[in-house]
Ligand binder design. Sequence first.
Ligand code: MSP
Length: 517
Amino acid sequence: MPKQKSFYITTPIYYVNDVPHIGHAYTTLACDVLARFKRLDGYDVMFLTGTDEHGQKVEKSAAAAQMDPKLFCDQVSERFRELAQVMNFSHDQFIRTTEPRHFLSAQALWQRIEANGHIYKGAYSGWYSVRDEAFYAESELVVAEDGTKVAPTGAPVEWLEEPSYFFDLSKWQQPLLDFYEKNPHFVLPKTRMNEVTSFVKGGLNDLSISRTSFKWGVPVPGDPDHIMYVWIDALTNYITALQYPDMDSEAYQTYWPADVHMVGKDILRFHAVYWPAFMMAAGLEPPKRVFAHGWWTNEGQKISKSLGNVIDPFGLVNEFGLDPVRYFLMREVPFGSDGDFSRQSFVTRANADLANDFGNLAQRCLSMIAKNCDGKVPQPGTLQDADAMLLTDTANVLKEVRVYLDDQAVHLAIEAIWRQISRANGYVAAQEPWVHRKTDPQRMATILYVAAEAVRNLAILSQPIVPESMAKLLDQLGVPETDRGFDQLGEAGSLVPGTPLPPPIGIFPRITEKESA
Ligand code: MSP
């Protein structure tokens, strides 16, 4: 049997200094959509998420909560697991950097880089931002409104002077540029690839990769006064999950190099510069792709704890139901750009695309079948051109969606599916099955069969985005759970005439103004 194609996708691992908010839900949701899509398309998928539990930021948060850091991490990490459940994420693994397997892996990677001569001991003096867990050159700092020097992200910085191990990042400028040239789609969207390339062209400084002034981290092998810089620790999670350092393991062999590391634009440099450099220095393959998505604002304002405008994903799902939230986040904003969350646009979008477009199509067709075809899949007669065209076009949407999703253009994939939903609605409106009810019941049966087939195909295709609703819809069409993969699109999985169907129920209720007030 030919080996199944594999697909490995990862989310960033989330800092446990904060409870989950919409930004976290967004990154993982995008991965969830892509992972579900690839599974349905026949791939052997590994989808990884988890929590990043070390570093000074987490140590400080635990101290502020007067808690032992490990207990603190256990508690917050649990919130991220709950978020995953509430959002219906389909990850295969949830990793925590405080797990023993991760210590083993991070130390092994360090030793490999060191054995290859790319780590040396020195002393660091310079600026550090705990909030960003990042080192900044003097030239990168900007002056804040109050006159203090801050990081380019606006985060406060402090002056550090301490002994440190360094990674010889400066030597990796040319190898990285060669790698980008050979892999022009290593970073997407393209504008982000350009940013990364020009950053690297500007020259790279060696990177401080250990700290001595606090303790919450993975000890440096052979020198436990030092703990690893949280980013080298965190990035290693992507291979820990594949049983590194056992590179003969089935997991490592099957899934490395990763197909997509999904990240927000703020952490692109760590993934597109440091991480491939670490991997090359270790003599290991860098990942295939880093996709950097944009940031959400709330009603036009930057989301921040201090402004008190953090969007709570648990609250949103509670209020509107899960699938409208999933749909809105993936559809509203071109994936890769920044976007604004507003209640008004949420309600408008959910009502127009879900309740009106898809909901009405399904409801109309299923309730006519229930009323006029004895509640059974109708027996079609001879197909006319319009019928055959709708069926072929609907089955062909997969090809288009595949192309978009290979570039993680999730919004374009959704647009393509919804274009076909519109065409299917147009088909029903033009064919007017209700007109034929008395005069030509055979024609009515054919139209309803064709429309139901279109709905089946569109429901199968939409599962990655709105899985719960599509499961309900496919139940209503009598499609067995085993027949919901993309190999069942088109004729392969055609509805069987005569199959009894359950009474139809609406899948996308309208959000009323009262609720949205
Ligand atoms: N721990 C690091 C990642 C290590 S990966 C080896 C980290 N964690 S984080 O919790 O701060 O952020 C995780 C993700 O949430 C990032 O991809 C970030 O872009 C995303 N978001 C945080 N706020 C966001 C918005 N307001 N909008 C969209 N995404 C945002 O960084």
